[in-house]
Design a protein around this ligand. Structure first.
Ligand SMILES: [Zn+2]
Ligand SMILES: [Zn+2]
Length: 368
């Protein structure tokens, strides 16, 4: 049966989000309906609000959710009512060339399921009966959502839900960039530019991987303090550094082994590339605007064998990686409690985004 509940919606670019009563249709074949328990407030949601990521509006926000299955559609065998699940903002079809080679985060179906379910349809409408798009086939900043089974991962019971939600985007993206994409080696020196929600997770990923030196860079001193709590051995305020690249080269004795850019700006990507040593790897994790470009010295790619690469969603294989990350949390190696600066009721969503924009939180989480 269809269910009603509140949802956080972006109706206009650059306008505050609104909380509205919506109606969500029953799951059809290969779909499940989830009652959400928590949803992280992520920078990508903000990017959809301010147009950095061009999304069709009106849009139900949210792609970092955790909750419980309340109804399953026809043909669903992997989920049952009562199961705890985390959303995956990429659909994993399991059949395309990327899925079958272990890179489901690049799934061809997932790339198309951007603002609707994978088949292009929607189960969500507003109080006037008009359809509402859903962010990344999720739209889980809502009390209830219907997802395709390939956008959800079942987890073992016993995981606190706000912490579980964070795994599905910020933690996976940051920690995954380190352990899946770059495969940072023990003892390595690492530069991390940007200590926001994802940057902090890159930093803790480096700590988990056993990096020797972790240099965190941000413009905000409160973020640099957090960076230390998450494992940074050195912090630099980018606004006060006259020559960041020179400072990093001096600290590392010639350049960092790895650099992670977690902002999404050509200028800082260039700094990351220049700050790595010969044979080093610079990884772009930040999401840039479409018109943004990066320029690097071509000869340094050849003569210094430098690598510039990207990491999308931390190279996630959600069905494998989400349980692994939960295991690291239970083993007290992955900091999730410390990431949650503040929780919000759904009616406080506009405040949650204002706090995100002002950089007040490591992570804000809406708890339903
Ligand atoms: Zn996100
Ligand atoms: Zn696929």
């Amino acid at each position: 049966m269809s269910r009603k509940g509140k949802a956080v919606i972006a109706r206009q670019v650059n306008a505050p989000v609104v909380v509205e009563q919506i109606e969500v249709d029953s799951p059809r074949r290969d779909e499940i309906m989830i009652k959400l328990a928590a949803c992280g407030v992520c920078h990508s949601d903000l990017s959809a609000i301010n147009g950095t990521i061009a999304m069709p509006l009106p849009l139900i926000l949210g792609h970092e959710g955790a909750g419980t299955v309340v109804e399953v559609g026809e043909g669903v065998t992997d989920f049952a009512v009562g199961d705890a699940v985390i959303s995956s903002f990429v659909n994993m079809c399991g059949k395309c060339r990327y899925c079958v080679t272990g890179r489901p985060h690049l799934c061809d179906v997932g790339a198309k399921a951007f603002a609707a379910l994978p088949d292009g349809s929607l189960r969500t409408k507003d109080a006037q009966g008009k359809p509402l798009n859903i962010f990344s086939a999720c739209g889980v900043m809502a009390e209830v959502a219907t997802l395709h089974v390939n956008n959800a991962v079942k987890i073992a019971p016993g995981m606190p839900m706000p912490q579980a939600a964070l795994i599905s985007c910020g933690v996976m993206t940051g920690v995954g960039a380190v352990i899946n994409t770059a495969r940072v080696a023990p003892g390595a020196s690492v530069l991390v530019i940007g200590a926001g929600g994802v940057g902090l997770n890159v930093i803790q990923g480096c700590a988990i991987a056993g990096a020797g030196m972790i240099i965190a860079v941000d413009l905000a001193d409160n973020k640099l303090e957090l960076a230390k709590q998450f494992g940074a051995t050195h912090t630099l305020n980018g606004g006060k550094e006259e020559n960041l690249v020179k400072t990093v080269k001096k600290l590392t004795g010639g350049g960092a082994d790895y650099a992670f850019e977690c902002i999404g700006l050509g200028k800082t990507v260039e700094q990351a590339f220049r700050a790595i040593r010969k044979g080093g790897t610079a990884v772009v994790v930040g999401v840039a605007r479409g018109e943004d470009a990066t320029s690097v010295m071509t000869a340094s790619i050849t003569f210094e064998e430098k690598t510039l690469t990207g990491s999308y969603y931390g190279g996630a294989r959600p069905r494998e990686d989400f349980p692994r990350l939960i295991g690291l949390y239970h083993a007290k190696k992955l900091k999730l409690d410390e990431l949650i600066t503040r929780t919000y009721a759904i009616d406080e969503a506009a405040q949650a985004f204002a706090d995100l924009e002002a950089g007040r939180n490591a992570r804000g989480v809406i708890v339903f």
